[in-house]
Design a protein around this ligand. Structure first.
Ligand SMILES: [Mg+2]
Length: 259
């Protein structure tokens, strides 16, 4: 019986260069350089909340309620003070979780679990129309990149019917450096993620509704797409630096030549 040779996986480094192969001889390089570079599909990093679905109407109010209830229970604040603390920490740190861990010694895993303990998550989801078809048509590797916890992100991908379109889910539990939580918009974390995924930032597109997260991505050389569907106009009007502004994921395919 003839055995087929094992498939050779192409090994690429951070800049798409073959690691074990320094390329063709020098004499051949000029010819290659004169050929137009083949277009490669981008690598997409997709935020989740208010990017792939509308969180503002039902899920965020419920998460806020659960976070406040947690602060009341664990730190002994009154409901009004707990609500104020939640908002302050969110503004100061960009994530309530980070402030609670750093300033109040809260256990991150416990907080994430209790702040996302929905009775019926599926009933709260407001999906974007045509989302699964839009992701299916869009060429390129797709990675979910969310400051939410993994269990919540995976449940949402499942309920939205889009889990099969993502090669990987990078949730807040994976956003650590030297044992410290570094959620978006941490630039060192983003740099580490790109290195781990072996992606040149210039090939990478971040699709997000958060301006600080996009600013961090742009500073590292990534392309930026601002999802404006759930943002007030005054918040996105001045973001003229964003490569594209979109109101639905379906629009990306028409703009693919821009990336
Ligand atoms: Mg978001």
């Amino acid at each position: 019986m003839t055995r087929r040779p094992p498939a050779v996986r192409r090994q690429t480094g951070p800049l798409g260069r073959r690691r074990a192969d320094l390329g063709p001889p020098v004499s051949a390089r000029r010819e290659i350089a004169e050929l137009p570079a083949p277009r490669r599909a981008p690598v997409w990093l997709f935020d989740l909340d208010n990017t792939l679905h509308d969180t503002s109407t039902a899920i965020f109010p419920e998460i806020s309620r659960l976070m406040t209830a947690y602060i009341v229970r664990r730190l002994g604040y009154s409901p009004a003070d707990a609500d104020r603390l939640r908002r302050e920490l969110w503004q100061r740190y960009g994530a309530t979780l980070l402030g609670l861990v750093r300033e109040h010694g809260v256990d991150a895993a416990e907080f994430l679990r209790e702040a996302h303990a929905f009775d019926d998550l599926a009933a709260l989801i407001v999906p974007q129309r045509g989302l699964a078809a839009a992701l299916r048509r869009l060429p390129g590797r797709k990675i979910l990149f969310t400051n939410g916890p993994r269990a919540y992100a995976e449940a949402l991908l499942f309920h939205l019917g889009i889990d099969r379109h993502f090669q990987r889910c990078v949730a807040v539990e994976q956003m650590t450096l030297h044992g410290q939580l570094r959620p978006k918009p941490s630039r060192p974390m983003l740099r580490a993620l790109l290195a781990r995924e072996r992606v040149d930032p210039r090939r990478c597109v971040l699709v997000e509704d958060s301006l600080p997260n996009l600013v961090a991505a742009r500073a590292l050389g990534m392309s930026t797409v601002l999802m404006t569907a759930h943002l007030p106009k005054h918040m996105h009007r001045r973001a003229t630096w964003a490569r594209e502004k979109i109101t639905s994921i379906g629009i990306l395919q028409r703009k693919i030549s821009r990336f």
